[in-house]
Design a protein around this ligand. Structure first.
Ligand code: G6P
Ligand code: MG
Length: 220
């Protein structure tokens, strides 16, 4: 019996594009306004978390000073700022090697998905111009449980019509690596081993990952 085609599921922010930096700039601006301690290192802890979880972590012990209404307003303003920055993205903001990798994987018959915690993923993909290369998008608007819960990846596999064991995930967040492992998928972690070391394969950046290496993870 012929096995199912391979599926490759990409996280978006910090994998196909460096929107992790845009998220950081928004949180930093808010931190400066509120007089909260924040820096790039603190931002690392927000990678892969939903907007609300990020806000809770961002406010830390000061969360108690804000009413639910005020917290909603902070999240809304952070997102408004983020969308302003997203509007400035162009295909030149794709991670180096991303367009070539997606095209090569398609050429080899892989089915491709993006699975992201972001509720702005469709806007980012649109600005980057990679919509036509993808078969499926599952974003934060259609899952109830965020990573490290496997729901977003299982939903992507389902929509690709593939079993989880035929899917490999590319992630930059610790919570995302854990979610992919919990989904029973192979995982490539992008970034420092302290962050993504639990993945089956670790690369510093997407440009150093080939279609061969990705697909070989599904062999055997
Ligand atoms: C991604 C990013 C997170 C971000 C989350 C929600 O997972 O890595 O930093 O908080 O998406 O994004 P959103 O665009 O919905 O605020
Ligand atoms: Mg990410």
């Amino acid at each position: 019996m012929q096995s199912a085609p391979p599926g490759v599921i990409f996280d978006l922010d910090g994998v196909l594009t460096d929107t992790a930096e845009l998220h950081y700039q928004c949180w930093q601006a808010l931190a400066d306004e509120l007089g909260l301690p924040f820096d790039r290192q603190a931002n690392e802890a927000l990678r892969g978390l939903s907007r609300e979880e990020s806000l809770a972590k961002f406010l830390g012990p000061r969360a108690a000073e804000f009413s639910e209404q005020q917290k909603l307003e902070l999240a809304r303003r952070k997102n408004e700022d983020y969308l302003r920055r997203v509007a400035g993205l162009t295909p030149a903001d794709l991670a180096p090697g991303a367009a070539e990798l997606l095209s090569e994987l398609r050429r080899r018959g892989a089915r491709l998905a993006v699975a992201s915690a972001s509720r702005n993923a469709a806007a980012v993909i649109d600005r980057l111009g990679i919509g036509p290369l993808l078969d499926v998008l599952v974003d934060g608007n259609e899952v109830e449980r965020s990573k490290p819960d496997p729901q977003v990846f299982l939903r992507a596999a389902e929509r690709l019509a593939l079993p989880p064991r035929r899917c490999v995930v590319v992630e930059d967040a610790a919570s995302g690596v854990d979610a992919a492992l919990a989904a029973g998928m192979r995982v490539v972690g992008l970034g420092p081993p302290e962050r993504v070391g639990r993945a089956h394969c670790v690369k510093p950046r997407l440009a150093e990952l080939s279609a061969d290496e990705l697909l070989a993870l599904l062999d055997g």
